[in-house]
Design a protein around this ligand. Sequence first.
Ligand SMILES: Cc1ncc(COP(=O)(O)O)c(C=O)c1O
Length: 383
Amino acid sequence: MKNDKKILLATPHMSGLEMAYIREAFDTNWIAPLGPNVTGFEQELCAYTGASYADALSSGTAAIHMGLMYLGVGKGDVVFCPSLTFSASANPIIYQGATPVFIDSERESWNMSPQALEKAFDKYPHPKAIVVVNLYGQSADYDRIKAIADAHGVPILEDAAESLGATYKGKQTGTIGAVGIYSFNGNKIITTSGGGMLVANEKCVVDKVTFWATQAKENAPYYQHKEIGYNYRMSNVVAGIGRGQLKVLDQRIAKKKYIFEYYKEAFRDLDELEMMPIAPYGEPNYWLSCATINPECEVRPKALLDYLAAKNIEGRAIWKPMHLQPVFKGSPFFNHNPEEPSVSEDIFSRGLCLPSDTKMTDADLDRIATRINWFFGAASSRY
Ligand SMILES: Cc1ncc(COP(=O)(O)O)c(C=O)c1O
């Protein structure tokens, strides 16, 4: 088989509709922060997700930071956070001088384990907030998580950075917690080159976040500051990219699902590899197609990733759990089942992300599937 062009994990996929918004920003000289594209992007994202209010920010990380501040997280507080996630879910907890307590995953969705969450409450009954992540584009199990959170009166910050457009029991992810956030980073399902959005159902949330995100300038005839501010707002040019991207979000989700289903079918007879589970309660956006190598197989993900890299195909390791990260060494961690090895560690040790770029053709997908089948020595007549 020919080793032609490089296949990447997930790259920006412009629709062509973005330029009209960008051109308008240039034509009207509305380049600087704020402007009609920012307001338009916020309103259009609300219309898509059903959120009442939105605040376009410079990144998903900034949105988490602002969300935690709004929920009152400060020095000495405890915040629960899933361990199996990208570090940006947890870093803002530290920005606020609080302590992250990491929660293991459940097998059904790889997201926060309600069982481990309950155990964490036994030891830390008064966390200030719970960050819940919808990993790789799939919703966490909110009915179970919210029941526990509500029983303790603790708000949820929903990190939907990876899950824009995914649903939980028909409701858009990002709109389920007290505050939700999305990311438009370069590898996300839609991108603005970099950016984020905070959403909430109460106006007071976005009013306060807008205030902090624009340097906390008081309403006065001179520069007056009573609080520490941040420069976190999205620019009018960047928001124009977002408006064009949002128009094709449904197309991107459909293609991501197609990619996942393609892999599932291609590896149906492969005993060594299993696609990530899809929980019955929702519809993911299939941001990244992930898989695990079965425990009986001796092969480690790195060997498969190295093999694919040598064939010009980019995959990635699964997020390394936060409780294993040197920077979070010593942070408390609650195992899904203390009698068994941690679920997040197990997924990390056996999992990988397969190329999920929406610009891939069937020929690209066939090339990847063929290589993986060959790697496991399972070449059938089809491959
Ligand atoms: C789960 C998760 N949370 C937060 C972020 C941070 O978003 P951003 O890169 O826009 O700051 C990302 C992605 O980058 C993410 O995957």
